[in-house]
Design a protein around this ligand. Structure first.
Ligand code: FES
Length: 105
């Protein structure tokens, strides 16, 4: 398990998102009601960046075909996506969002 320092929590407004890239992965970070969530940025349906989707009710809507994903579980809650995306645990340390890579939240 690797804990990765990402961006400041104040850099993501409520109900919005940001993209964070490591050497090997693209992670979408979200602020939902003051809680921070991290999921795979790539939609499980096709090639679309979930960090560019609209955020509401702790879900993100894929910008390409509109499938919704639960930010807490990664579950695809509406079609056309049927597969979950990975979720990662987050923690705020000294104002920065840390993401635990390699572990499901
Ligand atoms: S690419 Fe996300 S729903 Fe199709």
């Amino acid at each position: 398990m690797e804990k990765v320092k990402t961006i400041k929590s104040t850099d993501i407004a409520e109900n919005s998102s940001a993209l964070f890239e490591t050497n090997t992965q693209q992670i979408a970070l979200f602020n939902c009601e003051g809680q921070f969530y991290a999921i795979d940025d790539m939609c499980s349906h096709a090639e679309a960046s979930l960090s560019e989707g609209e955020v509401y009710d702790c879900k993100v809507e894929c910008p390409l075909h509109g499938a919704e994903f639960d930010l807490k579980t990664g579950e695809a809650v509406t079609l056309p996506a049927t597969k979950s995306v990975n979720t990662y645990k987050t923690e705020i340390i000294d104002g920065y969002i840390y993401v635990e890579m390699g572990t499901d939240a």
